[in-house]
Design a protein around this ligand. Structure first.
Ligand code: SAM
Ligand code: DTB
Ligand code: SF4
Length: 330
């Protein structure tokens, strides 16, 4: 097993102070374990790093909808696909303020703003910085996802007080080219490097249900966990199949595969927040409960993701009550 020196969290087979580097067979082995064995390990890791009954709530807002030049095969906001999503200009600052206030009143602690851009222009960034300031004034953590960033842009966002930048790897390096052709895996890693170097927390995860193999799921998790420093926040999305996108007819994922992904992410990135992200509409309460047991400790909270529905906030509060989960803010 290869190792590199770092201060990152270790597991029991790695000497303290030495970052574990995961290899593919080992990760496939994790994903294929008998479910009870996998859950036992994941929950034990979770319990030794976090309060197992606490979940962090992030609310999403699509600040710039549709018309994106990229060709991400899952995405309803690509201009290349005929979906119901219209291209809209950047939202007005007061609309964002109201949405952030409502999110805070409902108990979210982080407000995440998404823009359907390949990468922001410098004048776009000026406007987004004003939105970040609004979110910070309300006492919420801020997160944005704006596409590829240059290092100077990441520095500007840091200076504006940005807490998290979301930029996903989406899938394994090997399968990536089947899903996106307009930017490379390297481009994504470069953006993540710029965000990390600027001192912004990294939010980086991926999607299952794209038609990937188990080895691709392992490859995604390896790419995340083997980064020089694991992302602070790891969103695990289940594909939301949207009419008009190339993946609209994809085969459905077994909910237990989502549980397995969450469990493996928890074991491989013990100190990261693992977010049960898009696709919760397709998971019943029992499957979500298993995801929380497996180590998910963050969700997207509020009726809407970017363009697609998410469980209503009152339903999530009722679920939390049933499971004895406390939200960070409740
Ligand atoms: N345009 C920016 C970018 O791609 O970096 C930011 C927004 S983009 C919508 C953010 C992420 O949402 C994607 O990387 C992908 O992981 C996720 N996503 C988009 N459409 C999805 C879908 N239909 N189902 C699940 N996740 C999706
Ligand atoms: C992430 O990993 N998932 C969110 C967020 N980061 C920006 C987006 C999910 C989008 C689901 C499809 C939609 O609503 O358009
Ligand atoms: Fe554009 Fe982001 Fe959608 Fe890709 S995922 S098409 S970059 S909005």
């Amino acid at each position: 097993m290869a190792s590199a020196v770092s201060t990152q969290a270790t597991n029991d087979r790695t000497a303290p102070g030495v970052k574990k580097i995961w290899d593919r067979r080992e990760v496939i082995g994790l994903l294929e374990q008998p479910l009870s064995d996998l859950l036992f390990t994941a929950h034990s890791v979770h319990r030794s790093n976090f309060d197992p009954n606490e979940v962090q709530l992030s609310t999403l807002l699509n600040i710039k909808s549709g018309g994106c030049p990229e060709d991400c095969a899952y995405c309803p906001q690509s201009a290349r696909y005929d979906t119901a999503v219209e291209s809209e200009p950047l939202l007005d600052i007061e609309v964002v303020r109201n949405a952030a206030k409502t999110a805070k009143a409902k108990g979210a602690t982080r407000f995440c703003m998404g823009a359907a851009w390949r990468s922001p222009k410098d004048r776009d960034l000026d406007k987004v910085i004003a939105l970040i300031e609004v979110v910070k004034e309300l006492g919420l953590e801020s997160c944005v996802t704006l596409g590829m960033l240059k290092s100077e842009q990441a520095t500007r966002l840091k200076e504006a007080g940005l807490d998290y930048y979301n930029h996903n790897l989406d899938t394994s390096p090997e399968f990536y080219g089947e899903i996106i052709t307009t930017r490379t895996y390297e481009d994504r890693l470069d953006t993540i490097d710029h965000v990390r170097a600027a001192g912004i927390n990294v939010c980086c995860g991926g999607i299952i249900g794209l038609g990937e193999t188990l080895s691709d799921r392992a490859g995604l998790l390896m790419s995340l966990a083997n980064l020089p420093q694991a992302p602070e926040s790891v969103p695990i999305n289940l594909l939301v199949k949207v009419a008009g996108t190339p993946l609209e007819e994809s085969s459905s994922v077994d909910p237990l595969d989502m549980v397995r992904m969450v469990a493996a992410a928890r074991i491989m990135m013990p100190k990261s927040y693992v977010r049960l992200s898009a696709g919760r509409e397709g998971l019943d309460e029992a499957a979500q409960a298993l995801c929380f047991f497996a180590g998910a400790n963050s969700i997207f909270y509020g009726e809407q993701l970017l363009t697609t529905p998410n469980p209503a906030a009152d339903l999530d509060r009722a679920l939390f009550k049933k499971l004895g989960i406390n939200a960070t803010s409740f």
